[in-house]
Design a protein around this ligand. Structure first.
Ligand SMILES: *Cc1c(COP(=O)(O)O)cnc(C)c1O
Length: 369
């Protein structure tokens, strides 16, 4: 909107250097036999999927994963040439769109494969078969070898790979580690069984970001990297053996500054009452931009001119207020970094009892790129 004007009410900035740094970190850590599949679903976790995918494609990434058909088509319309795997379900009516845009569809189970087969497609559909190894979300059961074999043999399907998903790869609890090994075992046994039936299973993949860092010894063809590509952990307290650097900063602007007196309140509900004379700034971002209202009254700090400032009072739909008493040179239109390299989204997520994945993908289209 208003592209000719420089002023943006609320905006995101991408640090390309940090993105490339993260790719490098991951490449140096992973097995040399596996390749990064960049997960750019949900607008690349709020970073902007086209922009991120273009940077990644220019730096050697050859395969992308999205959640939906719409997300995949957007990448194709914006000239992303690499392979694109849709991790989610696509309605049968849209199978021809998948073929038209040269996309790879996840086959969620045998019954879905049969429904596609019944369409008598002129051209076969590129796909990866999803195997359920215990998460019980999408996938054909790992032990239904006959059905899985039949899917490989279907004329309508051009099966290019097989994958599953780990449910507790981020956990350090003994029972969760045991469960993950059980999932790995089931996936491997399924593949082995298919191979004894002379099926070339093609590309295999199981790990996401946490699967990589906690089970680095695995040697599948792809690692589906989402959150850590963007330089953040899901949870601040997770231990990660990579030196990640955050890619996204969320910024807004100060729109007004005033002085309030002891006893004066701030924002809806008058939750916040000043106990001293204070300088308060209004900032043009709110929960309508995707910043959770549950951050209100948490002592979370945004940055203004390199000074941390706490959010005071309730966050409104389009605005919030911060304490700038300790900053002498603060002015209207000064930039406010809601989260970035110093005040990370990991810390923000902690303050609202969430994970960074949710915070990043909650940002709305009102936030300019
Ligand atoms: C979202 C998703 C990923 C990426 O997970 P991260 O933890 O963000 O790396 C990988 N695989 C599947 C199936 C997903 O849905």
């Amino acid at each position: 909107m208003f592209k000719t004007l420089n002023y943006k009410r609320v905006y995101r900035t991408i640090n390309e250097k940090n993105l490339l740094h993260n790719i490098n970190e991951i490449n140096n850590f992973k097995n040399q036999s596996s390749e990064i599949m960049a997960v750019v679903k949900a607008d690349a976790y709020g970073h902007g999927s086209v922009k991120i995918s273009k940077i990644l494609e220019n730096n050697g990434v050859k395969i992308f994963a999205v959640a939906t058909l719409e997300e995949a088509v957007e990448l194709r319309k914006n000239k992303i040439k690499g392979e694109i795997l849709i991790l989610g379900y696509t309605n049968i009516e849209h199978i021809n769109t998948l073929i038209k845009y040269n996309l790879i569809q996840t086959i969620v189970n045998y019954e879905y494969a049969e429904a596609i087969s019944a369409l008598n497609l002129k051209k076969s559909l590129k796909c990866h078969i999803k195997i359920n190894t215990g998460m019980n979300r999408l996938g054909e059961e790992y032990y239904n070898i006959t059905k899985i074999k039949k899917m490989y043999d279907m004329k309508s399907l051009n099966v290019l790979g097989i994958f599953s998903h780990l449910a507790v790869a981020d956990s350090q609890k003994r029972e969760d580690i045991d469960f993950t090994y059980k999932q790995i075992e089931r996936f491997d046994a399924c593949i082995k069984h298919l191979e004894t039936l002379n099926i070339d299973v093609k590309k295999k993949h199981l790990q996401g970001s946490y699967g990589l860092i906690n089970y680095p010894e695995l040697e599948y063809d792809y690692i589906r990297m989402g959150i850590m590509l963007y330089g953040v952990k899901s949870d601040l307290d997770d231990e990660v053996p990579l030196n990640l650097k955050p890619v996204l900063s969320l910024c807004s602007r100060i729109t007004q500054i005033r002085t309030i007196n002891p006893g004066d309140c701030v924002s809806y509900g008058c939750d916040f009452v000043a106990n001293k004379t204070m300088k308060v700034a209004t900032v043009s971002i709110g929960y309508g931009d995707g910043l959770s209202r549950s951050l209100s009254n948490t002592n979370y700090e945004v940055m203004v001119n390199n000074h941390p400032c706490t959010i005071i009072g309730r966050i409104c739909m389009d605005q919030l207020m911060i304490d700038v008493s300790h900053i002498s040179n603060v002015q209207r239109e000064d930039e406010v970094i809601i989260f970035g390299e110093h005040n990370t989204v990991e810390v923000l997520a902690k303050h609202q009892n969430s994970i960074t994945n949710e915070v990043l993908t909650s940002l709305t289209s009102r936030i300019e790129h």
